[in-house]
Design a protein around this ligand. Structure first.
Ligand code: SF4
Length: 452
């Protein structure tokens, strides 16, 4: 077999089974040798991307076709471009237990991935593509997504991405046929994002949510809290500003992080979770003593860290209000032709129905803040435009624009909130987080974890 010669475990095992020989040299294999339990040393070597075979779904297709429930099933093609995480290699997010066996990022070349997608679409006549990658290979913006964008396929792709993509990158994702992304947003507060080593800011995450509206990308995410060291104060400003975000796609809910095996929080008890025991649910599945469960399971129960009490309740309530108010909310920019005036039509749930008119440097400032900038960077740009406000004028306008819900302030930088477009919101959801009634929403209720 082609892979056996390279020493990969499963092909080597299959070769032994074929030949009827003892699998004594298969790395990582555990087996019963008569009454004796044996375990070979695990190999730390990863499978080279070029050696990852293309999926063969022919038998699956036959089973689907023969199934009496075929007409009720909407099958999707699952493809894999990359394994590991290029962010986690350098800055492992403290809560993340993904990639326990190997964090090292490795990806198929983009043109090979496209060949696989193209072949599978032609063979199965299915346009829904789910990528299983934990994080998109940034090279795919050059050698995979353009091929998908230039194809004749009306793909509907799902991708997990990092939440620092630019507006142009999100536009390309959408043009390539992505309809659903899972960015690692996790929080809108800088302090919590810093504590989890996420590598993005609150403003950057807001920019991602806003650009998802602009490019009709459904966005799945959860608001995570419970990071050791966070305080009530770290959440106050974000919770106060959440009503202004109601036109952007809401989190599926606000959830306390769990301790995951393989995460930095698990590996280093000094990060804040010294007490841990196997999560309670496992006791209903495995009839084993606790010390054996502790060797087996992925999730652990711990005493709660970070916020609790009133702040936790306020965060959950704000996330729920965001969710329920979202379907009826828009905040849309308009620029009349040949005019530098900006109109912002506010139709957000819970806000007065009105249109804001911005002229001169106010309009320029709102446009400059689409990228998200500090106050001083904004002032430099307005000065370069030739019509700078005084420092006091700029401070007053920033405060007013935040109060009107036109800007989000993460404490370091500001980002504008109005969108240029309103995407079609077509996915019906019967229940909001925490059991309240929900309505139409762009975010499917698929129970996915928010980590990329
Ligand atoms: S949460 Fe996402 S970005 Fe962070 S280490 Fe895990 S896979 Fe990588």
């Amino acid at each position: 077999m082609w892979c056996a010669a390279r020493g990969y475990a499963l092909p080597a095992l299959l070769t032994h089974i074929d030949a009827g020989t003892a699998p004594a040299d298969v790395p990582g294999l555990c087996w019963w040798d008569g009454q004796e339990s044996r375990a070979n040393e695990e190999s730390r070597r990863t499978v080279a991307p070029a050696d990852i075979p293309s999926p063969d779904y022919d038998l699956w297709q036959q089973a689907i076709d023969a199934s009496p429930i075929a007409e009720y099933v909407h099958p999707k093609l699952v493809v894999e471009g990359a394994r590991g995480c290029w962010w986690g290699e350098k800055h492992h997010c403290t809560f993340c237990g993904l990639n326990g066996s190997a964090m090292t990022f490795r990806a198929k070349p983009g043109n090979r991935l496209w060949d696989e997608v193209d072949r599978l679409v032609r063979r199965h006549r299915i346009l829904d593509i789910v990528t299983v990658d934990n994080i998109i290979d940034m090279a795919y913006f050059k050698d995979f997504l353009p091929l998908a964008a230039d194809s004749d396929w009306d793909l509907r792709m799902h991708y997990e991405v990092k939440s620092n993509l630019t507006a142009e990158q999100l536009e390309l994702l959408a043009r390539a046929g992505s309809v659903h992304i899972q960015p690692g947003i996790e929080s809108l507060g800088n302090r919590a994002l810093d504590l989890m080593d996420k590598g993005v800011s609150g403003s950057r995450n807001i920019r991602t949510l806003r650009e998802c509206e602009n490019h009709s990308l459904t966005c799945s995410w959860n608001y995570l809290y419970g990071f050791p060291g966070e305080t009530d104060q770290d959440y106050a400003s974000v919770i106060d500003q959440m009503p202004a975000l109601v036109h952007l796609q809401p989190p599926g809910g606000a959830h306390r992080i769990q301790l995951e095996r393989f995460s930095p929080n698990f590996a280093n008890p000094a990060l804040g979770f010294p007490q841990r025991r196997p999560a309670e649910m496992y006791r209903h599945v495995y009839d084993l003593p606790e010390d054996q469960l502790a060797d087996l399971v992925y999730l652990f129960d711990t005493p709660p860290a970070g916020i609790g009490g009133g702040t936790e309740a306020r965060l959950k309530a704000a996330a729920r209000d965001w969710y329920t108010g979202h379907p009826a909310s828009t905040l849309v920019l308009e620029q009349p032709a040949g005019d530098e005036t900006l109109l912002v039509h506010d139709r957000r749930h819970g806000w007065p129905r009105r249109t804001h008119r911005l002229t001169g440097w106010h309009a320029a400032a709102l446009r400059h803040l689409e990228a998200g900038r500090t106050r001083s960077a904004l002032h430099r740009l307005l000065t370069a435009d030739g019509n700078p406000p005084t420092g006091a004028e700029l401070n007053a306008w920033l405060g007013e624009a935040v109060a009107l819900g036109l800007l989000f302030d993460d404490g370091r930088s500001y980002v504008s909130l109005p969108t240029w477009h309103v995407p079609v919101r077509s996915v019906e959801r019967a229940q909001a987080p925490d059991g309240t009634a929900g309505g139409a929403s762009g975010t499917p209720d698929n129970g996915e974890k928010a980590a990329e």
